[in-house]
Design a protein around this ligand. Structure first.
Ligand code: HEC
Ligand code: HEC
Ligand code: HEC
Ligand code: HEC
Ligand code: HEC
Length: 372
């Protein structure tokens, strides 16, 4: 679906070499392993966290179900830029010295590596060498060495692991789709212009606290609860729910794929919802499935708030008022997969898309509820 330019490098000059894609093959270099499981033998904490994170699921059924790499390799390549960027992760490769857009079978293709998505070696391995952030102290490394038998001959320290630009390589698109004058993926710039960008509170501070490899985001209720404050009040006939983006380093939510639904309704004496009293509002950026139209954009900027006013009708004045906020992290994909399955596209792997749909059907959760 999202057709993006393979040039999407992101970041500043010092990083664009590191993030050149595809990441050149390392199979022929003297590397002990490219598999996350093998890194995990020594770096257990990082492995266990990464394994729970969405980076480890970046090649899921929603992606593979849409792609036919042997039939349309350049479309697959435009997605692998962020979802599976190592040369070994790609079924096909561009033929060198030939006309552009000509692809041949990639003899180094490794399906197991492809399925590992954005794994350790995607971020840490180049030319057969391990790269990492500067050690926090000498004792950190000697501790690591004393706990672990064997190593990979040291590692190359790079400051850019502690820069937001490192993440921009996949979480910012300067070229590619614009809609209504706004980029489709603009997380890095949103951050840069925010209070956080100005004070150098980087993505890693919030998404990798203590260098943890969890990358929790909109799919994690606790992460979202820590990012927003919600206030609900009722005064006589009027009530108000206020959602403030108190600690999210970019728009809430940053992508066009999630949707937050805010609801106000009355309960009758038996505790049942009075249907005629239901009022809803949406927080998100809703776009049409072909990405040609923006229907609304009510995302909340850093330190800004969203107000939802509710007027209580006389007829149910004494009943109980309820405010709720629901988060649907995959609302766009949910609509998109349903639509795909309605069609008769022969290139579609329907089984995979059905699997993906069952994941997006289940990912919604109740963020907030209060009786007033
Ligand atoms: C090589 C590309 C790549 C890099 C580099 C990268 N990401 Fe990601 N990130 C992805 C992809 C792809 C996904 C979506 C995975 C999926 O759900 O299929 C993702 C998902 C996430 C999520 C989860 C979002 C959610 O919906 O809950 C967070 C948070 C995140 N990344 C933060 C970061 C941060 C912070 C950095 C920098 C340290 C970073 N990413 C670097 C590609 C990347
Ligand atoms: C600039 C990096 C980037 C590129 C290029 C990219 N994606 Fe993604 N993709 C992401 C990130 C980040 C997420 C997680 C945030 C979200 O849900 O939107 C994601 C999420 C998804 C998801 C939902 C999660 C999942 O794994 O099921 C699908 C499906 C998907 N992308 C398909 C594609 C396809 C198909 C292409 C190529 C046409 C593509 N993407 C190109 C970064 C990218
Ligand atoms: C999306 C990119 C990404 C992926 C995937 C990734 N890392 Fe990291 N890793 C980083 C960044 C960025 C840092 C530095 C974080 C910081 O300093 O705040 C880091 C730090 C580390 C460190 C230093 C930790 C410390 O406490 O000093 C180790 C070790 C490490 N990673 C191993 C791994 C292993 C093993 C995997 C796979 C299981 C992995 N990483 C996957 C980006 C990544
Ligand atoms: C046999 C155990 C072992 C394996 C396997 C291993 N490492 Fe390491 N790693 C170490 C040790 C020991 C250090 C301490 C630095 C040194 O080598 O001098 C280290 C350091 C690191 C660092 C820097 C840590 C910091 O504090 O900045 C990163 C990043 C890293 N490894 C990533 C990886 C990745 C990615 C893999 C898989 C491709 C991997 N390691 C496989 C033992 C291992
Ligand atoms: C001040 C803390 C903070 C900083 C800085 C921050 N984030 Fe977030 N981020 C959050 C919180 C909280 C959420 C969960 C709420 C949400 O989804 O907006 C989140 C959600 C996300 C998501 C989930 C998708 C979505 O639509 O919201 C992605 C991807 C992401 N962040 C990437 C990044 C990247 C990349 C950077 C740096 C350029 C960054 N974040 C900087 C706190 C932060």
């Amino acid at each position: 679906m999202i057709i993006l330019s393979p040039e999407a490098k992101g970041g500043e000059d010092f990083l664009s070499d590191y993030w050149q894609r595809p990441i050149l093959s390392q199979t022929r270099q003297n590397v002990f392993s490219l598999y996350a499981e093998d890194c995990g033998l020594c770096h257990k904490g990082q492995y266990n966290d990464w394994n729970k994170s969405l980076h480890s699921k970046a090649v899921g059924p929603g992606l593979t179900g849409q792609l036919r790499p042997s039939k349309d390799p350049s479309f697959a390549a435009s997605c692998y830029v962020c979802h599976a960027p190592m040369e070994e992760q790609s079924e096909m490769k561009e033929a060198r010295g030939k006309r552009q857009e000509e692809y041949i079978k990639n003899p180094l293709f490794d399906n197991r590596l492809k399925l590992s998505g954005v794994s350790c070696s995607v971020c840490h391995l180049r030319g057969g060498k391990i790269y990492g952030p500067p050690a926090t102290s000498k004792s950190q490394i000697s501790n690591l060495k004393s706990q672990i038998k064997g190593d990979h001959n040291g590692f190359v320290e790079k400051d850019f692991f502690e820069k937001a630009e490192f993440c921009a390589a996949c979480h910012q698109l300067d070229e590619g789709y614009e809609l209504n004058g706004k980029l489709l993926v603009n997380t890095y710039r949103e951050w840069e212009e925010s209070l956080y960008g100005k004070n150098n509170i980087i993505c890693q501070n919030c998404h990798m606290p203590d260098r943890q490899h969890l990358w929790r985001g909109i799919h994690d209720p606790d992460m979202v609860k820590n990012g927003v404050t919600i206030d609900a009040r009722r005064e006589d006939k009027k009530a108000k729910l206020t959602i403030t983006n108190a600690a999210v380093g970019h728009l809430f939510p940053t992508y066009a794929t999630p949707l937050i639904i805010v609801k106000g309704f009355m309960l009758d004496k038996k505790g049942r919802v009075v249907q005629s009293s239901l009022k809803e509002a949406y927080i998100g950026r809703r776009i049409s499935l072909d990405l040609s139209e923006e229907l609304f954009d009510t995302r909340i900027g850093p330190q800004k708030r969203f107000e939802f006013d509710y007027v209580i009708d006389k007829s149910y004045n004494k009943n109980k008022l309820v405010f709720e906020a629901w988060v649907y992290p995959d609302e766009f994909y949910n609509r998109f997969y349903r639509e795909l399955l309605k069609g008769s596209d022969k290139n579609l792997d329907r089984k995979e898309i059905e699997k993906a749909l069952s994941i997006t059907e289940e990912s919604g959760y109740l963020l907030f509820r209060k009786n007033l």
